[in-house]
Design a protein around this ligand. Structure first.
Ligand code: SIN
Ligand code: FE2
Length: 213
């Protein structure tokens, strides 16, 4: 079984109550994930969105699933349609939904059915400042965050912005899940270091699964 090949690389680390790092968990989904990603991006290309404050984000983004996260001068929101094309976001590929549900279950959150997958593409220097995910309607579902491509340092903060974040190095195939008491923890990503990854070239790709509606 393919899974056994990767088993030795799989390690679960409890980061905080309700927050887990599942090392290498996504690796056995890697090939179908890359195919699915290509299909999504062909319909809904990566773009640099603008924050309500007028800043162009250093991360390029797109979405799949019923609800896509967008930002523009009017604010942050979930939208069923891609504002750039006027079309619905591409459907959530089955492999994405399966990966997210299995990772959530492994971290203690059964029955996770995400309706939103934000796809972030980091190039060297791209970063994500500390923030809370709070545009979702209810916070009972966890966040599942899948890392592909170049390594990055994830920051897991506390429930207050001023809490010193823990630095969590992430590599290709790692999954971080946070929910329950950790659902509203601040988090972010340090500026990406340049490098080359066999599958993703000079980029890091992050899939963030959420229950938005
Ligand atoms: C996010 O907070 O939306 C993304 C986190 C990451 O890229 O790891
Ligand atoms: Fe986030």
């Amino acid at each position: 079984m393919i899974r056994d090949l990767f088993e030795e690389d799989m390690r679960d680390v409890r980061l905080a109550p309700g927050a887990m790092l599942l090392s290498g968990f996504a690796r056995r989904f890697e090939a179908p994930c890359v195919t699915a990603l290509r299909r999504v991006v062909a319909v809904a290309p990566f773009r640099h969105m603008v924050t309500p404050g007028g800043h162009r984000m250093s991360i390029a983004m797109t979405n799949c699933g019923a609800a896509g996260w967008v930002t523009d001068r009017t604010g942050y929101r979930y939208d069923s349609h891609d504002p750039q094309t006027g079309r619905r976001w591409p459907a959530m590929p089955d492999v994405f939904a399966d990966l997210a549900a299995q990772a959530a279950a492994r971290a203690g959150f059964d029955g996770f059915a995400p309706d939103a997958c934000l796809i972030n593409r980091y190039e060297p220097g791209a970063r994500l400042s500390l923030h809370q995910d709070k545009n979702e309607r209810d916070f009972s579902a966890p966040i599942v965050s899948v890392s592909l491509g170049l390594p990055a340092v994830f920051l897991l903060g506390g429930l207050r912005r001023a809490d010193t974040p823990r630095r969590v190095p992430l590599v290709h195939g790692d999954v971080v899940v946070w929910g329950g008491p950790a659902r509203l923890r601040y988090h972010g990503v340090l500026p990406l270091e340049a490098g080359h990854h066999l599958l993703m070239g000079g980029h890091r790709i992050n899939l963030t699964f959420r229950r938005a509606a």
